[in-house]
Design a protein around this ligand. Structure first.
Ligand code: HEM
Length: 249
């Protein structure tokens, strides 16, 4: 893939299409955001393997990716119109637009990710039954820190868990198509029928280092949005060196 003016034009056209599609079909936004996380979240900062490289489309039989085929299929209509755009860029751009159309922060997007030549499931994705050590093991392996863990968990403001996919059932917040700080507000409240909290969600309240961020984001949505945008950009660029010379369109 050559990162030239032609490519940048395709990216802007794909951005427009994704925005239009997701605005009229908001219900796809949560699973698209999950797709972006699961493509990027295999990154291993030491081994320099995995990361946002489009390989997830060959990894859909990993039980952690149950349900994500819906999002991969959704993105195919955009890939068909803009075949030059790499899957790696397409999935990360789609994740950013999913946050945008549901009312979340605007996250800057830098194009130029290459698709992996081989499908390569590497670093494991987080297990919802894990403890604080598990969360740190998984996210620190990606090169992300404690604040990234908590703020990115706020993505659970969108969407739901499904019995046939993860074994859990219910949405995380009352309005699963609105990106706001209600995930953190709910986390501090008693469990409510119909709403779901994973053991890994509850860990964020139990661990003192995690808890101070939960408290901050529950009372200050502006700071949540600012930190979320920063960490999401970092997640979308794990192992990615943005090309230095970009020919302007
Ligand atoms: C902190 C560790 C995390 C764990 C253990 C975890 C686990 C899960 C599980 C088990 C589900 C339910 C899947 C289903 O039953 O359909 C889910 C849904 C979801 N996750 Fe996470 N997740 C984590 C972090 C993240 C991050 C960092 C993001 C994005 C930045 C994210 C985005 C989502 C979204 C948007 C959904 C809803 C999907 C839908 O509605 O279909 N998650 N997650």
């Amino acid at each position: 893939m050559a990162l030239d003016g032609e490519y940048l034009k395709e990216i802007e056209a794909a951005r427009k299409d994704l925005r239009q599609l997701l605005q009229s079909k908001k219900q796809f936004s949560p699973i698209i955001l999950r797709l972006a996380f699961h493509d990027a979240g295999t990154y291993d900062v030491k081994a320099k393997t995995g990361g946002p490289n489009g390989s997830i489309r060959g990894e859909l039989n990993n039980p952690a990716n149950n349900g994500i085929k819906v999002a991969v299929d959704f993105c195919e209509q955009v890939k068909a119109k803009h075949p030059k755009v790499s899957y790696a860029d397409l999935y990360q751009l789609a994740g950013i637009i999913a946050v945008e159309v549901t009312g979340g922060p605007i996250i800057p997007f830098v194009p130029g990710r290459q698709d992996a030549r081989n499908q390569q499931d590497r670093g494991a994705l987080p297990n919802p039954n894990g403890d604080a050590k598990h969360l740190r093991d998984i996210f620190h392996r990606m090169g992300l820190n404690d604040r990234d863990i908590v703020v990115l968990s706020g993505a659970h403001t969108l969407g739901r868990a499904n019995k046939d996919r993860s074994g859990f059932d219910g949405s995380f917040t009352e309005n699963p198509l609105k990106f706001d700080n209600s995930y953190f507000v709910n986390l501090q409240k008693e469990d409510k029928p119909g709403l779901v909290k994973f053991p890994t969600d509850k860990v964020l309240l139990q661990d003192p280092a995690f808890r101070r961020y939960v408290q901050l984001y529950a009372k200050d949505e502006k700071t949540f949005f600012a930190h979320y945008a920063e960490s999401h950009k970092k997640m979308s660029e794990l192992g990615f060196q943005p090309p230095r010379a970009v020919v302007k369109a």
